[in-house]
Write a protein that binds this ligand. Structure first.
Ligand SMILES: NC(=O)c1ccc[n+]([C@@H]2O[C@H](COP(=O)([O-])OP(=O)(O)OC[C@H]3O[C@@H](n4cnc5c(N)ncnc54)[C@H](O)[C@@H]3O)[C@@H](O)[C@H]2O)c1
Length: 294
């Protein structure tokens, strides 16, 4: 049977950890040649090796793709090594702080503008000419927070609101060139970001985050990757400008309905992918990748 991305070439930004690791591995499993993109502190080399060990095709690109030069180099690497570009997955992002707005660190706000907004814009801008040649597509990481109001997360939600609006514009503008663009809006996913030990959430916030999900649990990176796979594949040939929430129902819900879910239904499905970097994600301002815009 033909695999769902056989013969396709995909760039996955933020592909070394969390949801991006799962997208990279799922796409490779379905036959895509994958450029795994991350910062030089991310486990990109490991993910490439793990994909190759399972018989997949992958190369790594280390660089800060919020910069125009790095974004263009990244796209050129895909063209140089794999000959074309069919799919751009704009998954890279950061979640460095939670706080009410009066105390929200300006440094964290600038850091998110750089890594959540500039990265998406620069990669899209650099990739479009090549996606027009293949009638390819883009799938970008939005968020529940880009759609709903979430206390102590409004600056992060604002950066994701940009992604939602920007990529809807790209979808309409680029339709006449045969290029599709869609958004995946994850709810709380089981990565470094949603655990108090590895991210900026307090214990109370972490508890409320899961309680607010009607399905009573976090999603897994693989459950999110499966939706990216559909949107990036030719099966979604009539889908553009859409936002697919992968959120256990949280964007529809009011109140702590998750508490009513029996514990056996709260079990995460077992992981079919060999994920090694689910909790290695980017949840702090790192001085080497700080914004220089202020
Ligand atoms: N985890 C969640 O609950 C959740 C919920 C909603 C949306 N999302 C979105 O999904 C995406 C992935 O989240 P995750 O939880 O897997 O996080 P993660 O931190 O595990 O993965 C993000 C990766 O992107 C990389 N990155 C960031 N900026 C970069 C840049 N400029 N250049 C290259 N690499 C860069 C990071 O270093 C990191 O490896 C993010 O865009 C996030 O906003 C996540």
């Amino acid at each position: 049977m033909k695999r769902r991305l056989e013969g396709k070439v995909a760039i996955v930004t933020g592909g070394g950890t969390g949801i991006g690791e799962a997208i990279s591995k799922r796409f490779a499993q379905e036959g895509a040649a994958v450029v795994v993109v991350g910062l030089d502190t991310d486990p990109v080399r490991e993910v490439v090796d793990e994909i190759q060990a399972h018989g997949g095709r992958a190369i790594g690109f280390l660089g800060d793709i919020s910069w125009q030069e790095a974004a263009e180099e990244c796209v050129k690497l895909a063209i140089h090594d794999f000959g074309k570009l069919d799919i751009l997955i704009n998954n890279a992002g950061v979640f460095p702080a939670t706080s009410t707005i009066d105390k929200y660190p300006i440094e964290a706000f600038e850091y998110m503008i750089k890594h959540n907004v500039y990265s998406n814009f620069m990669m899209t801008r650099a990739a479009i000419p090549y996606l027009q040649k293949t009638r390819g597509n883009i799938v970008s990481a939005g968020s529940e927070a880009g759609h709903m109001g979430i206390p102590q997360n409004s600056p992060y939600g604002g950066t994701k609101g940009f992604v939602h609006a920007f990529q809807r514009g790209v979808a309409v503008e680029q339709a006449k060139f045969g290029v599709r663009s869609n958004i995946v809006g994850p709810g709380p996913i089981d990565t470094a970001w949603t655990h108090k030990e590895t991210g900026p959430m307090t214990a109370k916030m972490e508890k409320q985050t899961v309680q607010g999900v009607p399905m009573g649990r976090r999603g897994t990176p693989e459950e999110v990757a499966n939706v990216y796979l559909f949107l990036a594949s030719d099966e979604a040939s009539y889908v553009t400008g859409a936002t697919y929430f992968v959120d256990g129902g949280v964007t529809l819900s009011k109140g702590p309905h998750g508490d009513e879910v029996p514990s056996k239904l709260r079990q995460e499905p077992t992981n079919g992918l060999d994920l090694q970097h689910e909790r290695d994600g980017h949840t702090k301002v790192k001085s080497e990748y700080k914004a220089t815009m202020s």
